[in-house]
Design a protein around this ligand. Structure first.
Ligand code: AMP
Length: 292
């Protein structure tokens, strides 16, 4: 596995692999790698001749400075993780390589970036779309893998790629969960042991909403069910629960086709997000945990 720090060598690695006849799969991450990231790498490994992971904590997507500063990445540990998963190269640029000067050009994906996390994290998706555009130029891969865990981010990137004609295929990967249902996240490590024990309630609430949604097709009833569930633990502070179209992120007036029930909630000082998809959940009627 090779470790790349600079843009020219990284681009040369990708274009060289393609010249040699390989398809290249890209897995963008912010490090602090866990099995959720591992699932993206495995999908890329199964479908691509060369797999490149990027590790970059992108300052321009953080709406709160303390969140950026608290983002703990141990590069040596992450490199070992990638090596074990059979990754061919890791691009882990220093911040000056990505932003030698303050960014003055931004990519804004309107509509799909609004609402949900977009409402509570101003500038977040602009920062995400901008850095992902940069990565797609630096690493002109054939496919890029993104987790459904970050449903709105996935929708923003899919829309950006369509609107700006990036020659790359976006591959969504289902959410990896801990045994108790909690969606894996780098932020979970910030939870105290008591908070960690309480954290699966977010997924429980979404599963309950999914059952109500399936039975009633009524987004308001589904939302209400999730909020009631979250209210059972006073340490949770719900930010939003919404039933949206998974491609446009627009709230659905009625559930008649594919839907995503997405939520964000604070647990102590940690902000958790999660979502479940319909009818994927409805298909596994009594065990939404099977959703992955
Ligand atoms: P992050 O390092 O948090 O920016 O995430 C990098 C990529 O990993 C994104 O595409 C995320 O959606 C994806 N990801 C994070 N957590 C999970 C998970 N639990 N299951 C699947 N994908 C995930």
């Amino acid at each position: 596995m090779i470790i790349l720090r600079r843009i020219p060598g990284t681009r040369a690695f990708v274009t060289g692999a393609q010249r040699d006849g390989h398809t290249v799969g890209l897995v963008p991450t912010m490090g602090a790698l866990h099995a959720g990231h591992g699932a993206l790498m495995d999908c890329a490994r199964a479908a691509c001749g060369r797999v490149v992971v990027t590790i970059f904590v992108n300052p321009i997507q953080f709406d709160r400075r303390e969140d950026y500063e608290a983002y703990q990445v141990n590069l040596d540990r992450d490199f070992a993780f990638c090596e074990q998963r059979g990754v061919d190269a890791v691009f882990a640029p220093p911040v000056e390589e990505m932003y030698p000067e303050p960014a003055r050009t931004f990519v804004e994906v309107s509509g799909v970036s609004q609402g949900l996390c977009g409402e509570f994290r101003p500038g977040h998706f602009r920062g995400v779309a901008t850095v992902v555009s940069k990565l797609f130029h630096i690493l002109p891969a054939d496919r890029a893998y993104f987790g459904e865990k970050d449903a709105q981010q996935l929708a923003v990137i899919q829309r950006m790629v369509r609107d700006l004609d990036f020659p790359i295929e976006i591959v969504p990967v289902p959410t990896m969960r801990e045994a108790d249902g909690l969606a894996m996240s780098s932020r979970n490590q910030r939870l105290s042991p008591e908070e960690r024990a309480a954290a699966p309630l977010l997924y429980t609430a979404l599963c309950r909403a999914a059952v109500v949604a399936r039975d009633s097709q009524d987004p308001a009833a589904a939302r209400q069910a999730a909020l009631e569930e979250l209210a059972r633990d006073p340490r949770f502070r719900a930010e939003y629960v919404e039933v949206v179209d998974p491609l446009t992120m627009e709230p659905l007036p009625r559930i008649t086709g594919p839907a995503c029930i997405a939520a964000a909630a604070w647990l102590g000082r940690t902000r958790l997000i999660d979502n479940v998809r319909l009818p994927a959940v409805a298909a596994s009627q009594h065990s939404p945990v099977g959703e992955g």
